[in-house]
Design a protein around this ligand. Sequence first.
Ligand SMILES: *[C@@H]1O[C@H](CO)[C@@H](O)[C@H](O)[C@H]1NC(C)=O
Ligand SMILES: *[C@@H]1O[C@H](CO)[C@@H](O)[C@H](O)[C@H]1NC(C)=O
Ligand SMILES: *[C@@H]1O[C@H](CO)[C@@H](O)[C@H](O)[C@H]1NC(C)=O
Ligand SMILES: *[C@@H]1O[C@H](CO)[C@@H](O)[C@H](O)[C@H]1NC(C)=O
Ligand SMILES: *[C@@H]1O[C@H](CO)[C@@H](O)[C@H](O)[C@H]1NC(C)=O
Ligand SMILES: *[C@@H]1O[C@H](CO)[C@@H](O)[C@H](O)[C@H]1NC(C)=O
Ligand SMILES: *[C@@H]1O[C@H](CO)[C@@H](O)[C@H](O)[C@H]1NC(C)=O
Ligand SMILES: *[C@@H]1O[C@H](CO)[C@@H](O)[C@H](O)[C@H]1NC(C)=O
Length: 389
Amino acid sequence: MIGFKSAVSLGLAAAVGVLVGGGSAEIIYAGVNSAGGEFAQQNLPGAFGIDFQFINETAIDFFLASGVNTIRIPFLLERMCPLETGLGATFNETYFEFLQDAVTYITMKGGYAILDAHNYMRYNDPSMQPQSGSIIGNSSDPKAASTEDLAAFWGELSKRFMTNPNVIFGIMNEPHDMPTSLVLQNDQAMIDAIRQAGAQQMILVPGNGFTGAQRWLNVTCSQNCTPNAEVLTAITDPMNNFAFDMHLYFDNDTSGTHEECTLAAPSNLAPVTAWLRENNYTAMLTEFGAGVNPTCFETLNNTLTFMEQNPQFIGWTYWAAGPLWGDYFLSVEPDEGPQANSTWPEVLEPHITAYQPMQRCGVSSSRQGGLVDDVAKVLEGCLGLRLPG
Ligand SMILES: *[C@@H]1O[C@H](CO)[C@@H](O)[C@H](O)[C@H]1NC(C)=O
Ligand SMILES: *[C@@H]1O[C@H](CO)[C@@H](O)[C@H](O)[C@H]1NC(C)=O
Ligand SMILES: *[C@@H]1O[C@H](CO)[C@@H](O)[C@H](O)[C@H]1NC(C)=O
Ligand SMILES: *[C@@H]1O[C@H](CO)[C@@H](O)[C@H](O)[C@H]1NC(C)=O
Ligand SMILES: *[C@@H]1O[C@H](CO)[C@@H](O)[C@H](O)[C@H]1NC(C)=O
Ligand SMILES: *[C@@H]1O[C@H](CO)[C@@H](O)[C@H](O)[C@H]1NC(C)=O
Ligand SMILES: *[C@@H]1O[C@H](CO)[C@@H](O)[C@H](O)[C@H]1NC(C)=O
Ligand SMILES: *[C@@H]1O[C@H](CO)[C@@H](O)[C@H](O)[C@H]1NC(C)=O
């Protein structure tokens, strides 16, 4: 940690926009999702700017200027790996470049970019997500992609980003209704492939049951959906640089589709927080969102405060900004979203402001300090110097 101050005193900080250090002790990453790369999933491959789009650069500028340091970027596996060639290391380079452009834009300005494979642990038919498509690794389904295909995919994607320290690997959005043992098998294969490729950055590891934080200790379906808490303790990472990826919505079915907040949050985070503490794990809340009304605002605010008080939670990204939402009720997209002038300035932004200065331009890590242990590494992200080596 000493290195941070040296960097600042060298005068490099101002030149490259480095902001590091310990304003807030616990929240290392905070920001928003920029959804859109996965939109219109019934249209494959879809048209850029019409069916799908990752970011609006003006919006990213707004959020980074507000103090945000993390943007989660969903993408669709069937666009990255077209059905003709299947899930694996062969990409649609055009779609890849759209994603890469967004990642480069965010990270060269010192932000962290979470690559979010928005596929519910399914591949081959995203048209009716989250229900459609074959479960990856389901060996009784001849149409299903294999665990090895999924590992090959992440091996290739992580290799392409291994020199960008500000990237975070969100390996799979919301697995659900499948054996938790298969979630474990797929998660572990992706982690192993990323590390074998040589990528060192933080990996976000999802659980079953839509990776719901509120039911991490619970059975999430009738067929072998053993609690994540009982199964995912088997996860291993040679770099020990992972955090569990969790989601939380506050409406009556935790789907994030109703205006009313009726869930007993944040008390429903107590069981998973105890589990994280007991097992020395960290987590990031990469999706949460709530309507515009006093109950929801109080619930949101209390949830943020809860995470700030419990170091098991290293960060959060709100659901959601994004260039194609229009008037979607949870949208915080500047100038456009219904929450841009309400939830953003009234609830979220004050927390972001209180976190300043936030870590920027350092190697993504699941621990405060973590891999960011010397000046050279702190500066790598923004200066374009390269990991590994
Ligand atoms: C980005 O946002 C700005 C400001 O709201 C808007 O004027 C512009 O049309 C948007 N661009 C794209 C490509 O969505
Ligand atoms: C690759 O992606 C681009 C952009 O979405 C699309 O125009 C093109 O048809 C895609 N190619 C294949 C083989 O899917
Ligand atoms: C796996 O595939 C088989 C054959 O399509 C199907 O019957 C089964 O329901 C699938 N497993 C799960 C957990 O959906
Ligand atoms: C979830 O699991 C916890 C811990 O075992 C238990 O106390 C709680 O009652 C369960 N909740 C539900 C809704 O089953
Ligand atoms: C949740 O609330 C909505 C109204 O906002 C209602 O229509 C729905 O039936 C409720 N669902 C449950 C599971 O209570
Ligand atoms: C918890 O994990 C950190 C980082 O991996 C490690 O340094 C520390 O020793 C661990 N603590 C315990 C009690 O296992
Ligand atoms: C938010 O407020 C700004 C400035 O008052 C205004 O220009 C913008 O149209 C408003 N946006 C929405 C979605 O209401
Ligand atoms: C959020 O909670 C804090 C205290 O935990 C309080 O000071 C602040 O006013 C609350 N903000 C809102 C918008 O309710």
